[in-house]
Design a protein around this ligand. Structure first.
Ligand SMILES: C[S@@+](CC[C@H](N)C(=O)[O-])C[C@H]1O[C@@H](n2cnc3c(N)ncnc32)[C@H](O)[C@@H]1O
Length: 262
């Protein structure tokens, strides 16, 4: 893999970060509509690419029912163990198979899968076109690849001055191989041979602080990069806090949802 740095970020996760992810990746009913166009239903074989600790795989397992199957795929061993444990605790041990990936190839047969879902994972792969070709190989004709990704350079946070927010994103952007993956999904899918690709951009403005975790994560990446002075980063976080207190806070993080038919 050429993106060894990004692979290590996900392969080596310390216990504190692992517990944060357990919480962050919990299934959130408020974002269920991100999955609507995937038309997940009974009897389907689903692959969850970048499954994390398995929360979404459990939901898919419930929806596909006894006649369906979920393949949960990830490069982190602990996520795979947690997904297996979670599946068995939910009585879905025989309907969910968790696989540890070592490269972009999927341990699935040609034309074997009805849906491949990937959320916030394509941003980390080495070569999205090679990954999407692999998705096409395993999808049955008429099967769907459904991708949900953000686009860091399209985010906005008020009342932080635009230039300061942009500077923070630029300082942090070494943490992602492709900070603009959202807008690139369509192009990469077409290059991989998907002829029918539908695209939505979904966003619900945050006025209450729902995206504070994301803002703190970005600030942490910017701090680690050493590319922005600490006092400027602290000032951004103070403006966010102040905005929450005086009611001027607003954060927007568009989610690109691409649905491609094989
Ligand atoms: C931001 S998390 C998203 C987890 C989950 N899809 C969600 O939305 O809650 C990214 C996930 O992708 C996995 N991942 C990173 N690089 C990957 C790769 N090259 N192939 C497969 N999974 C990968 C990580 O281990 C992690 O579980």
């Amino acid at each position: 893999m050429t993106g060894a740095k990004f692979q290590r970020h996900w392969v080596d996760i310390d216990p504190e970060r692992m517990e944060r992810y357990e919480d962050m990746f919990r299934w959130n009913p408020a974002t269920e509509h991100f999955y609507d166009a995937a038309k997940i239903g009974a009897g389907q074989v689903i692959a969850d690419f970048g499954c994390g600790p398995g929360h979404a795989a459990i939901e898919f397992g419930k929806r596909t029912g006894a006649g369906g199957h979920v393949h949960a795929l990830d490069i982190n061993e602990e996520f795979i163990k947690r997904t297996r444990k979670r599946a068995s605790e939910n009585g879905l041990g025989d309907r969910i198979t968790a696989h540890l990936l070592t490269d972009h190839r999927l341990p699935l047969a040609d034309n074997s899968t009805d849906r491949i879902i990937a959320r916030n994972t394509i941003i980390y792969v080495d070569d999205p076109v090679a990954t999407f070709r692999e998705f096409r190989r395993v999808l049955r004709p008429g099967g769907i690849a459904h991708l949900i990704e953000g686009d860091w350079r399209m985010t906005a946070v008020e009342p932080v001055p635009t230039g300061e927010w942009r500077a923070l994103i630029e300082a942090a952007s070494g943490a992602w191989p492709r900070p603009e993956i959202g807008r690139q999904l369509h192009r990469f899918l077409r290059k991989a041979g998907f002829e029918t690709v539908a695209l939505q951009v979904l966003t619900s403005p945050d006025l209450e602080g729902r995206l504070i975790g994301m803002i703190n994560t970005v600030a942490g990446y910017a701090r680690n990069s050493g590319k922005m002075e600490r006092n400027r980063i602290d000032a951004v976080l103070e403006q966010v806090e102040q905005g929450l207190v005086d009611g001027t806070y607003l954060a927007i993080s568009p989610q690109f949802v691409a649905t491609a038919i094989a």
